[in-house]
Design a protein around this ligand. Structure first.
Ligand code: ADP
Length: 275
């Protein structure tokens, strides 16, 4: 069924949730530096694949992590105006990156709708306590909602950083998505960071049941500044969704063609995480 036919039927087909990593969309070691070629290419691949139902979430990369680190945002509200101004600046930077992606999608003819995560979400100690799913659902009927990892109000800590990884796993579970795909700049989850360890081996499949802890122990963290935990935490975040019958894939979105293939349901090299 084409996207057009789904509109205004009152029902939505559970969307594929595609999380685009900051490592793909930005230069992570710089400050507020977008990879415009990647943003443009991925927008084109999404337009070309014409998925029936798609929800996009993106990470922060150099629009989020350096700010969050600089203003010490991870622990929540401490005190002082400086931190709050930093919070405001971080939020602003994320809106910028979000706009770049939405604009690129619009140029390719995709009706993409920017949704501010922090206007839909409340957390308690970093966990999502309430989320306005109806708003996302409303825009899903019209096109592609585009959310992002954001600094959100927290009932106990004042505010917290809600990572794009955590948010996308939450949305995939709530919507009962057929697939949660994480596009990153490596081919999947390895035994160690493949950028620094040439001996690193790719996990083609990870089961969240028996042996899961052992595998987690093998996965090293992200080398670039990443206030929300890197590769290991991605695997951890998807646990609940996968245990409830979902399927997650971590794949390389920096390789041209992969995003389109994933959205078309074609095989792509990567790490499949299943229950
Ligand atoms: P993003 O910000 O795009 O979501 P992350 O930085 O969180 O991505 O995770 C991807 C990065 O994690 C890769 O760039 C890779 O260098 C690094 N990394 C660290 N450890 C591993 C591992 N064990 N397997 C794969 N990648 C890893």
């Amino acid at each position: 069924m084409e996207m057009e036919q789904l509109r205004f039927t009152g029902k939505i087909r559970p969307p594929i949730v595609l999380k685009l990593g900051g490592s793909v969309l930005t230069f992570k070691d710089k400050i507020e530096a977008p990879r415009m070629d990647a943003i443009e290419r991925i927008a084109g691949e999404i337009a070309e694949a014409k998925p029936e139902s798609l929800l996009l979430v993106h990470g922060g990369g150099s629009f989020g992590h350096p700010h969050a680190e600089r203003f010490r945002l991870t622990g929540g509200f401490k005190a002082g105006l400086t931190q709050l101004l930093g919070l405001s600046e971080t939020r602003r930077a994320m809106v910028k990156l979000n706009s770049l992606l939405v604009e690129a999608l619009n140029r390719k003819g995709v009706p993409a709708f920017s949704l501010q995560t922090s206007a839909l979400t409340l957390t308690r100690k970093g966990r999502i306590a309430s989320f306005n799913l109806k708003v996302v659902e409303g825009f899903l009927k019209l096109g592609v909602p585009v959310l992002y990892g954001d600094a959100v109000a927290d009932l106990e800590k004042g505010f917290t950083i809600l990572s794009g990884d955590r948010l996308s796993a939450y949305l995939a579970r709530r919507f009962g998505s057929p697939l949660l795909a994480f596009g990153v700049d490596v081919d999947g989850v390895y035994t160690a960071d493949p950028k620094t360890n040439p001996k690193a081996k790719l996990f083609t499949e990870i089961h969240v049941g028996k042996g899961f802890k052992k595998i987690l122990g093998l996965i090293e963290g992200s080398k670039a500044i990443d206030v929300t935990g890197g590769m290991r935490s991605k695997v951890l975040e998807v646990k609940g969704y996968v245990a409830s019958g979902g399927k997650a894939l971590i794949f390389n979105a920096s390789k041209p063609g992969n995003v389109a293939r994933v959205l078309r349901g074609l095989k792509v090299e990567g790490t499949l995480i299943v229950g």
